[in-house]
Design a protein around this ligand. Structure first.
Ligand SMILES: NC(=O)C1=CN([C@@H]2O[C@H](COP(=O)(O)OP(=O)(O)OC[C@H]3O[C@@H](n4cnc5c(N)ncnc54)[C@H](O)[C@@H]3O)[C@@H](O)[C@H]2O)C=CC1
Ligand SMILES: CCCCCC(=O)/C=C/C=C\C/C=C\C/C=C\CCCC(=O)O
Length: 247
């Protein structure tokens, strides 16, 4: 199996895309630490996964990624339990144009602090084993994801230049059938009048399943040639985005 013996950490793992990524990682031999703020959904998934994959391969940590302190403790516990971290999937995110500060806080600020914490555990310079850190993909929501993309590319370059041995990539799916997607229209705030247009657009380009996103994640996680890439995933198209380069 492609990921035998590797240790993965997935944030927002209790449902949706995070859950599908967790499952595909386990199916491919990895040990997985699930982080989620929803303790009930997290514990209930843990029970299912323990039966399927064995209790020595899964760990659930109830943690709000907005708290850097709690996230730090969670990483410590994961390192103690599994002996290190090889793959970090920075997936937790919300779509909420009403509480827009929270959207930036979780989607961008917490994703950055999660990435830094993961790097502390993964960098070869700190005795880590190297690895990867893909990040995923309404104006504020979009801004949070664009910020993350810039951060991903710069971190990949910094990792390369510093010899961390850590790859950092972004997985950018279009619409995916999850709770975030179906509750999207009620969270658009001052842009609620654009919900129908968004729904028509979603219908036109199609809606991905979480399984399709998980497959693409596995591709990024296992292709060691990829660093600083953004993999765009649509129902009928999958391609690496080309950015202008000054070098
Ligand atoms: N559903 C979609 O159409 C798309 C989603 N994405 C991104 O994929 C990621 C996952 O989205 P979905 O699975 O659709 O969402 P979801 O709403 O179905 O699941 C999100 C999970 O993250 C957890 N979570 C939320 N805030 C958290 C916090 N502060 N700390 C810890 N866990 C937290 C939730 O409890 C939940 O288990 C998000 O970053 C989202 O922006 C990207 C492209 C399309
Ligand atoms: C083309 C890029 C898409 C990326 C979008 C993304 O990351 C998440 C979007 C989630 C929701 C978008 C907001 C509103 C969607 C409008 C209608 C959805 C209809 C839902 C339903 O009928 O269940």
């Amino acid at each position: 199996m492609a990921l035998n013996g590797q240790v993965a950490v997935v944030t927002g793992a209790a449902m949706g895309i995070g859950r599908a990524i967790t499952e595909i990682l386990l199916q491919n031999g990895a040990k997985v630490a699930l982080i989620d703020v929803d303790e009930i959904a997290g514990r209930s998934l843990l029970e299912i996964l323990e039966k399927q994959f064995g209790s020595d391969r899964v760990l659930f940590l109830s943690c709000d990624v907005e708290s850097e302190e709690k996230l730090k403790v969670a990483f410590q516990k994961i390192a103690e339990t599994f002996g290190g971290v090889d793959i970090f999937c920075n997936n937790a995110g919300i779509l909420n144009e009403i509480q827009w500060q929270k959207t930036i806080s979780i989607n961008l600020v917490s994703a950055i602090s999660g990435n830094y914490l993961a790097l502390e555990h993964m960098s070869r310079q700190n005795g880590g084993r190297g690895g990867i850190g893909p990040l995923p993909s309404c104006p504020v929501y979009t801004a949070s994801k664009h910020g993350l993309l810039g951060f991903t590319r710069a971190m990949a370059a910094a990792s390369r230049a510093s010899g961390y041995g850590v790859r950092v990539n972004a997985l950018c799916p279009s619409f995916v059938q999850t709770e975030l997607f179906s509750s999207g229209p009620s969270r658009l705030g001052q842009f609620a009048h654009l919900a129908d247009e968004a729904a028509q657009f979603a219908e036109k380009i199609g809606i991905l399943t979480v399984g399709e996103v998980a497959e693409a994640f596995l591709e990024l996680a296992t292709d060691e040639t990829k660093n600083g890439e953004a993999l765009l995933l649509l129902p009928k198209r999958k391609q690496y985005v080309t950015f202008p380069s000054f070098l």
